[in-house]
Design a protein around this ligand. Structure first.
Ligand code: BJW
Length: 247
């Protein structure tokens, strides 16, 4: 029963001092942002190696930027959902609350979350490969494709971690530190297939955290999750929050 899992999760959260949440594309699904691997996922229509690798960008930066321009247009039209809103509120409930996200859509910050580790970057930022400068860019559509660095005139790239690229060292370190210190780790809306993000819940379990998973489907993490709640983030998180407020 969903209610039993939610009640158990609320009890675990109430007893926790350090809470860490790891989110994936599923939390934005109810806002209307496509996931990657589901039935309507981006990777069903687009080939990863054509669009989300450094080789693809070197081969055809215009094509890659056209794809990001299309996704930025789609994301700009949607709103954070009640799941994002609950996680934003939880920052005030636990002073050490850390939100780790694999999402690049920026919906967590738009919902009000501030203490966020964006593991895979942010679609609203560009990076100059020459000097590494990261700049916000909210143009929809982009003013030019591909966009250029205002200083060196070279091509800028999306500030996104593509397959085969390393994550920002400080960000992934901070994510491991928070995960290892967690009393409870809540994993929401990720297929838990992409590393090193998918390793973080194992790191948390390894130091004794209770793992709670919210996902309509089973994932490779489900067997390790002490509490597994099968449902949609936008419905389960508000329910969990209301149980927490009752206690
Ligand atoms: C809902 C819902 C609702 C639906 N409510 N839930 C160790 C082992 C094996 C391989 C590797 C390894 N270490 C590294 C690798 C290689 C690679 C990797 O992991 N490959 C695997 C796929 C096999 N990793 C990397 O390359 C990483 N780099 C790295 O580690 O560098 C060092 C290194 C390189 C090479 C070898 C060894 C070391 C970088 C990974 C970068 C990932 N980037 C992407 C795309 C960016 C492009 C873009 O967005 O523009 O990030 S991939 C894509 O997947 C995106 C996501 O952040 C990421 C995770 O996906 P996520 O969020 O889980 O989404 P889905 O669609 O998979 O799942 C959605 C879930 O939601 C589902 O479960 C649904 O059921 C659920 N759901 N509705 C709640 N309403």
């Amino acid at each position: 029963m969903i209610g039993d899992g939610v009640k158990q999760a609320a009890d675990a959260l109430r007893a926790a001092r350090r809470v860490v949440v790891l989110t994936g594309a599923g939390i934005s699904a109810e806002s209307g942002v496509p996931t990657f691997r589901g039935p309507d996922g981006l990777w069903r229509t687009y080939r990863v190696e054509h669009l989300a690798t450094p080789e693809a960008f070197s081969r055809d930066p215009t094509l890659v930027w056209q794809w990001y321009d299309w996704r930025r247009g789609l994301i700009a039209k949607v709103q954070p959902n009640p799941g994002h809103a609950v996680l934003a509120r939880w920052e005030a409930r636990w002073p050490s609350f850390v939100l780790i996200t694999q999402n690049v859509d920026g919906l967590h910050p738009r919902a009000g979350s501030r203490n966020i580790l964006e593991l895979h970057g942010n679609i609203w930022k560009t990076r100059c490969p020459v000097d590494g400068t990261i700049r916000p860019n909210h143009d929809v559509p982009l003013a030019e494709i591909p966009p250029r660095c205002p200083f060196c005139g070279g091509l800028v790239r999306p500030h996104i971690v593509w397959f085969g690229e390393s994550l920002d060292r400080d960000t992934i370190r901070a994510a491991y530190t928070a995960s290892r210190a967690a009393d409870v780790m809540l994993v929401v809306g990720t297929s838990a297939l992409v590393y090193p993000a998918a390793d973080l819940p194992h790191a948390a379990c390894g130091t004794g955290a209770t793992l709670i998973e919210i996902n309509p489907d089973a994932t490779p993490l489900t067997d390790d999750a002490g509490i597994s709640i099968r449902g949609k983030a936008g419905e389960i998180l508000p329910l969990l929050d209301s149980y927490l407020q009752r206690g």
